[in-house]
Design a protein around this ligand. Structure first.
Ligand SMILES: [Zn+2]
Length: 298
């Protein structure tokens, strides 16, 4: 499987092959993007603990989609052959947890970064305006409306809005514009609906970069111990985010509204989009982290 330049077409191909090959894995759409692409979710595992993993809220960070799709494929192959997986008995993992994996929250943005934007795209005008002459492949983090999806959640939204205005952002932008109101975007609405239905026991949103695990929201450090357990197996550092990174994100909303453990993992190190040469290390570190979610004490 080719996980480099992992755009929406590679994702759909990979997931179609996955469900065709393994009857115990299923894929469903939990909503649509602005441009009508499906927000796909893989479901695998039979255990009581429900684990939610999502990637690529930010389009420059598509390597997190590669990571999550690759985890699902390798898990499935190990389960079929009943081999050990990440040092664990695969049947034990299968019986311990049910994984819900949304590898690509922002498929439109990912495709802009990997394939560029065509003049006939319905988003062309908005994207060109929001770029202000910048190169879409180098800077685009938002969805097709120029909204930063990880600033579109309902957690200290007014405070986040104030911070972005201080940065000079007042509308559609390649990064950090939070939208008109919380959940104004179809992609965050899809995540919200899925979360409200399943109320996951633990959630991890994958971003890049920094090799850090963020665990707090507005001074709530209840999940520090869990973050430290994840840090121990991955080699990453449990840390508190600062400034605009600390509000209106997915994990902030889950901690604030549901009092359930949620984390932001900043995979890899360097400048986004990370070079694909990092993929093997990202995979090794985060396979351990993801698997630990099934077994750690909550
Ligand atoms: Zn990010």
């Amino acid at each position: 499987m080719d996980f480099n330049n992992f755009d929406y077409e590679k994702l759909t191909k990979t997931l179609s092959a996955l469900v065709k090959k393994y009857a115990f894995a299923s894929v469903f759409s939990c909503g649509k993007s602005v441009l009508g692409r499906d927000i796909l979710c893989i479901r695998i595992g039979k255990g009581k603990r429900k684990i939610f993993l999502n990637g690529a809220h930010h389009s420059l960070e598509w390597i997190t989609s590669s990571l999550l799709a690759s985890y699902a494929c390798d898990y499935a192959a190990a389960l079929k052959d009943e081999t050990e997986f990440c040092g664990e008995n695969i049947l034990k993992l299968y019986q311990s947890a049910a994984f819900y994996i949304v590898p690509m929250v922002n498929p439109d943005g990912v495709n802009f970064v990997i394939n560029g934007i065509k003049k006939n795209s319905p988003a062309y005008g908005v994207v060109k305006g929001a770029l202000g002459g910048r190169n879409v492949k180098k800077v685009w983090q938002a969805n097709a409306n120029g909204v930063d999806l990880n600033h579109n959640y309902d957690a200290s939204f007014a405070e986040g809005k104030k911070m972005e205005r201080e940065m000079g952002i007042f509308g559609a932008n390649y990064t950090r514009y939070s939208g008109e109101e919380p959940f104004s975007e179809p992609e965050t609405q899809a995540v919200k609906a899925l979360f409200e239905k399943e109320k996951f026991d633990i959630s991890v949103a994958f971003h890049s970069q920094g090799e850090e695990i963020y665990y707090d929201f507005a001074g709530n450090t209840k999940y520090k111990r869990t973050a430290e357990a994840l840090a121990k197996v991955s080699g990453y550092t449990a840390a508190k985010p600062g400034g605009i990174a600390s509000v209106t994100g997915f994990k902030d909303w889950v901690i604030d509204k549901f009092s359930l453990p949620a984390f932001t993992v900043e995979a890899g190190k360097g400048q986004n989009p990370l070079p694909f040469s990092q993929f093997e290390k990202i995979r090794k570190d985060n396979y351990a982290l993801i698997t630990e979610c099934a077994f750690l004490r909550l």
